[in-house]
Design a protein around this ligand. Structure first.
Ligand code: ARG
Ligand code: ZN
Ligand code: CA
Length: 316
């Protein structure tokens, strides 16, 4: 098979400052509200530090586009083994097995369209709402006590050398770290193509699964749904720039991140006039405000798991 390799410059073009009309727009300078998803920042730092990462991500993108075009999508079911790595200083951070299983249950519901709020999807978007048809199975829990009060977003929690926990067989296991992140960050993920040593997602213990002590309005376990979305190659719905492109055709263009629970219809200020899909898991709304993926997002995800895909080790 001939490989399509985009230059690093082309890759950067693809992911920055482009809207759907392909008109370059200025990078968003809007103030970052309250909290922020560190995933994009982490990616940008990794791209700076490692010039070969852009190349690997280009190849994944080319493969994704090709797999989508030729419809070489998965027939069998995909089941993702999950190892949860718990780093705790306080008893509260040492989340229970029940709480861990509750997060797996939320992921299973959200990725199979069995979430109870799936029926809240507006008629306008119901036609593109997807059952991703991927399930998750708890394969193990690794616990470690620590004196660290917060871990930040530089992947220290993923390294035993840095006091964290090394990932378990990341080629065929989704590693999730539960720890205190700090800085108002709920969670962050690594996209496909990154180093195996840091592959997986990190969720702050306060927002992990379902627990009475978790912090409203992020207490429905959707931080993990959003971060696993990134881990499965999904971009933010606003494409991380003003009226940007998330590389998914059935998600409407969005101006920027939406917070809270926007009332439907939320009319976009990106033209031509249309409503934003604020209820997509890849927006920034409150947990109860997000309840769908789309068919286009599903196509990107499934492309990862076919033979030759970036996560084909997960076996099908
Ligand atoms: N990484 C994003 C953050 O830290 C996750 C947002 C998830 N949103 C949610 N409603 N749980 O803000
Ligand atoms: Zn995000
Ligand atoms: Ca889109």
């Amino acid at each position: 098979m001939r490989k399509i390799i985009l230059s690093a410059a082309a890759f950067t073009m693809l992911f920055s400052c482009q809207n759907d009309e392909n008109t370059p727009v200025a990078p968003s300078t809007e103030a970052i509200a309250l909290r922020n998803c560190a995933t994009q920042e982490v990616l940008e730092a990794q791209l700076k530090a490692d010039p070969t990462l852009a190349l690997r991500m280009n190849q994944i993108e080319a493969f994704t586009q090709k797999a989508m075009l030729t419809k070489r999508l998965v027939n069998g079911k995909i089941v993702i083994p999950v190892v949860v790595n718990v780093l705790y200083r306080t008893a509260e951070e040492n989340i229970s097995a029940t709480q861990i299983q509750s997060q797996i249950d939320v992921l299973n519901k959200d990725f199979t369209a069995k979430n109870s709020d799936f029926s809240s999807i507006p008629a306008e978007f119901a036609g593109v709402a997807a059952n991703i048809d991927i399930t998750f199975e708890l394969a193990g829990i690794v616990r470690k006590s620590t004196t660290k009060t917060s871990w930040g977003t530089r992947d220290a929690m993923k390294s035993s050398k840095k006091g964290g926990i090394d990932p378990t067989t990341p080629t065929k296991t989704l590693n999730i770290w539960a720890c205190k992140i700090g800085g108002g960050i709920l969670g962050y993920a690594q996209f496909p193509g990154g180093s195996l040593a840091t592959d997986g997602v990190v969720i702050d213990s306060k927002y992990f699964g379902l627990s009475a002590s978790n912090s409203y309005p992020y207490n429905l376990g959707r931080t993990a749904t959003h971060e696993v979305g990134h881990w499965m190659n999904l971009r933010h719905i606003w494409g991380d720039s003003s009226c940007g492109n998330d590389l998914v055709s059935d998600t409407p263009v969005a101006k920027t991140a939406n917070y809270g629970v926007p009332a439907y219809p939320y009319v976009s200020t990106c033209l031509p006039t249309h409503n934003e899909m604020t209820m997509n898991y890849m927006d920034y709304t409150d947990d109860r405000g997000m309840y769908m993926f789309t068919n286009g997002q599903k196509s990107r995800i499934t492309a990862l798991f076919v033979s030759g895909g970036a996560r084909s080790g997960f076996g099908i």
